[in-house]
Every structure is written in C-alpha cells, then in structure tokens.
Design a protein around this ligand. Sequence first.
Ligand code: FAD
Ligand code: NAP
Length: 539
Amino acid sequence: MAGAGMATAEERVDAVVVGAGFAGLYAAHRLSELGLAVRGFEAGLGVGGTWYWNRYPGARCDIESLEYSYQFSDELAREWKWSERYAAQPEILAYLEHVADRFDLRRHFRFGHRVGAARYDESTATWAVSTDAGARVRARFVLLATGCLSKPNIPKIPGLDSFRGAVHHTGLWPAEGVDVRGLRVGVIGTGSSAVQAIPLLAEHARRLVVFQRTPTYSVPARNRPLDPEEERRVKADYRGFRLRNWRMPFGAFADQEPRGGSALEASPEERRARYDTWWEKGGLPFLAAYDDLLVSPEANRTAADYIRERIREIVRDPALAESLLPEQMVGCKRLCIDSGYYETWNREHVALVDLRRNPILGIEAGGVRTRAERFDLDLLVLATGFDAMTGAALAIDLRGREGRPLREKWASGPRTYLGLCTAGFPNLFFITGPGSPSVLANMVPAIEQHVNWIADCLAHLGARGLGCIEARPEAEEAWVEHVNQVAGFTVFPTCNSWYLGANVPGKPRVFMPYIGFGTYVDRCDEVAEKGYEGFDLRR
Ligand code: FAD
Ligand code: NAP
C-alpha cells in the first residue's frame, strides 16, 4: 500500500489514471508505451477492479472467457488458458494479476488511494489531483478508469445500521470469504449478482430468504469446463475470431451466428424450436435468437413468454412460480444468466418475499420486518447493485474550467461527446463513460477501443506540439441527442433499469449507454480521421 496515509510533495506526471481494473491497467500500459509518465491511483489494495471487489459466491463473467479477455497481446492470449466457459471471479482476478505482472504495471499505481478531487488549472493547463491518503499530483491528462459498476448502491432501508448480524454488499465482499453454514441468510435483490449467489448461498445456509422487488429473467449459463479442443479451434484464428466480434452490435458472439430474422415472421413452432436451441446453448446470445427482440415489443413478448413458460416448468410451486414471473420486456434490464437459479426455488429452506405485495418496513437487530411478517436472520446480503455509469466519477470532486463542478454540469444527467470527454473539462477522458457502448458491449473490447483511441489521440497531440483537447459543446449536444434517439428505437428505455439510473433514488432518469458497438467504433475512427472532429485542439 505504497504511500497510504502519508502526505507527499506534489508529483508531476503526464497522465493520471484512476482505477486499476481492466481499463486502468491497459491505460497505464498504453500510455507508458507512448513514453508518458503515468501515475495510477486505485482505492483497492490490489489490481482487478470489479474482480477485486466482487468476491461473492458464484461471481463469474456472463460473456464467454475466450471473449471476455484482452486482445492487445497475442502472446498473452496464447499463454493464458481459461478453465471454464465462463470463468469465475478468482480466475479473472488471477488473469488481471498476471497481466499486471507480465507487463510490469503495478509500478505505475499507488494502491489504497481513493482520488477525492481533481481540479483543472487554466493558468497552467494542468489537473491537480489529490487522494484521501494524502497524495498530490499534477498532470496534463486525467483518465477516469473508475468503472461503470464500481460504486455500490446501498439501499436506505430504515434500521439497516441496527442489524446485529453481518451485512455484506456483493460488490464489497470480504476477501476472506463468508461462512454461511448453519446461518439464516437474507438476500435483498434479484439482479445478476443475486442470481449467481443465491444457488450457492442456498447450498450452505440453514435458511435463505430472498427479498424480491422486481422478478428477473434468467437464461441458463450452461457453464462447463472449457473443452481444450474448442479452445484450440478458436485460438487457431484467435485474431480473426476477436475481429469478427468487433463488428457485432455487442462486441461478442460472432461465432454464434448465423441466425437473425424476425420473431414475428416465424411460426409458433419455429419460434419454439429456435428458443429451445438457444436456451440449451445457454447464455446472453439467447437475446439475439431473432434480430427484432430488442427493437419490437411484439417480438420481445414472444421471447418473454417463452422464458416465463420455462420458469413455470422449473419451479414446482405454481404460486411461487407466478411471483417469479417478470413483467417487463426481456433485455430491458440486463438479462441474467445462471447456474441453477430457478431450480433453487424448489428447495424447502429457500423462501421468497415479494416486496410488491409485502414491502420491507424496516430492519431490526434480529432481522427484516415486512408488512406481513418478521424474518429472523443472522446475515444480510445486499445484492442491490450499483450507482452505475456515473456514480464513481461523480464521487470525485471534479472541477473543470472556471472551477465548474462536474456534479453541477451533470445535475440533470451525464453529457458527453462519444462517452469520452465532456465540454468544459479539457484533457479529461472517461474510459467507457456514459454515452459510449460500455455496459451494452463486451466490456473488455470496449475498454481496449477507448484506451487505444485515447492513446492515439495523445500521440496525435504530442506529434503536433499540442497540449490540450476539449469537446465542443455543439458536438456534445448532438451526440447526447443521438444516443437518446438510438435508444428510443429499442425496448431499453421501457423499464426501471440501472441503464436509466432508475435504481438509485433521486438520480436523473437518462438512458446512459450507447447502443451499437460496431457503429460506435466506426464513428470514433471517423472523428479521429477528420482531425478530431467536434473537439478543439489547442497548444
Ligand atoms: P472496474 O473494474 O470497476 O475498476 C474500476 C476501479 O476504479 C475499481 O477498482 C475502483 O476501486 C477504482 N476507483 C473508482 N473510483 C476511484 C477513485 N476515486 N479513486 C481511486 N480508485 C477508484 N462486463 C462484461 O462485459 N462481461 C461480464 O461478464 C461482466 N461481469 C460482471 C460481473 C460483475 C459482478 C460486475 C459488477 C460487473 C461485470 N461486468 C461485466 C462489468 C465490469 O465492470 C467490466 O467488465 C470491467 O471489469 C470494468 O473494468 P473497469 O476497469 O472499467 O472498471
Ligand atoms: P442490479 O442488476 O442493479 O440488481 C439489483 C437488485 O437489487 C435488483 O433486483 C433491484 O430491484 C434490487 N434492489 C435495489 N435496491 C433495492 C431496494 N432498496 N429494495 C429492494 N430491492 C432493491 O445489480 P447487480 O445484480 O449487482 O448487477 C449489476 C450489473 O453488474 C449487471 O446488470 C451486470 O451488468 C453486472 N453483473 C454481471 C454479472 C455476470 O453475470 N457476469 C454478475 C453480476 C453483475 P429492482 O430491479 O426493482 O431495481
């Protein structure tokens, strides 16, 4: 924990990178390759980001490991072997630790340092950055690799502090693990984290009570050990495989093509057969069984009905199955993928509390009190998600030109140009910021694409003796409008998802990710080719 707790003299570097997950590590690598002096800060005590913090039982990726990994180094891809179709958290963390060691990236970072403030000084065209552990640094560029899903959303439930047992958010899970054997465990939430954790918590807990506000759709992951033959086949043309993914709307799944067509043009029998096929294959590609599932509410209903039917088949108690049936459009909230989620509801010691009918009144020392009943519990798991997309950036006191706070600029929702920059904040870059495909893409290629774009941009500035880049307000305006327009053609804005900020009370309701990875990449390339169109470049 280099330097934590010590006030230090102001350090001068070219670029500050905040965060040491997939994004921060690769940013430090690319920028130092350019010959820039980089100082990285990471609040955690090690690298890994998401995979450092989310150690809850069952945590694993929902994009296949062969796709959910870096592609900047052929050697790295060749030498690293994933053990499962969807790697679990310890393996992904080990991968990121390997990357940090292999490319000697830890030397750039100070761990245990949370950046609290970053202020732009117009007189010197530099950023003054400081951390809660006393570090101060001045840099020309700041890259926020702070993560889209890194600020836990802790619900304000009355009495939460008075609970006698342990309370753990899935995104702040103790590294030493939590022994639930013999305990009465409560889980609040039924999103992806809960869907992964519930079957494993049920395995060991004496009693498991799940508090559900919105039922979720989940498709079986069909996780399995990675077949060496499959890995050999994919890696025989790994570059080609990864490049094909770059052309896909979500930056993954290219090898699962072809399918497509309209769900509405197929007969009920054809549809059933196709959904059966994708249900059996497992995973997120279920949502691409037809081309129109995410754009046509009618087409979407056919997939939603199919999943509801499967839930009714799996969950033996019909009343319980009814309570688990989601009503929103499928995919509108991120589709979950699971290993035995619905099957877990057939276990005697697992109970559901439907908060729509029986809301939580408060938490007491011994458990959770709902309108109808009190549940005695020893341990509470908050699987309540994140202040997504903007939470981590806005937690920093970021001030741009004329001392204007980002919190003020984004008071009615985030505004960026390409999700990369925001007007009034020169030389500040967001990696997978709001307005970029980010969480609606396989995030590792999304991160690499952003870092590559930023690195190329800094090289461009350096080669021309330019020191400053800033998004133009009109370009930003047009981009924000475009992001919303695209979202408006889809089913995404139709429910209370975290994509819209709807999970955090008081957060402005704005659709934050850009839909369409391939189109987005083309647009970023075009902007760069046109001399950074929409940006002001200054000396
Ligand atoms: P993160 O990994 O979130 O890292 C950000 C880092 O910044 C954190 O370590 C944080 O401590 C640090 N930080 C933040 N603010 C500060 C500050 N002020 N000062 C210092 N440090 C700071 N995406 C997929 O594409 N596929 C998946 O299968 C997938 N699975 C996921 C599973 C879980 C449980 C979660 C929560 C997310 C998942 N995601 C997935 C999204 C995931 O967040 C990204 O894939 C990716 O790991 C993000 O990397 P990142 O470096 O951008 O951010
Ligand atoms: P999430 O999807 O936001 O789910 C949070 C859950 O908590 C929801 O069911 C939500 O209900 C509920 N909740 C929130 N506040 C509540 C309150 N005050 N009272 C009762 N219930 C409350 O969060 P997540 O499960 O951590 O997942 C977040 C994202 O991280 C995912 O969508 C995905 O992108 C990523 N992730 C991926 C994986 C993976 O499979 N690889 C695993 C975990 C996470 P509402 O729906 O009603 O808001």
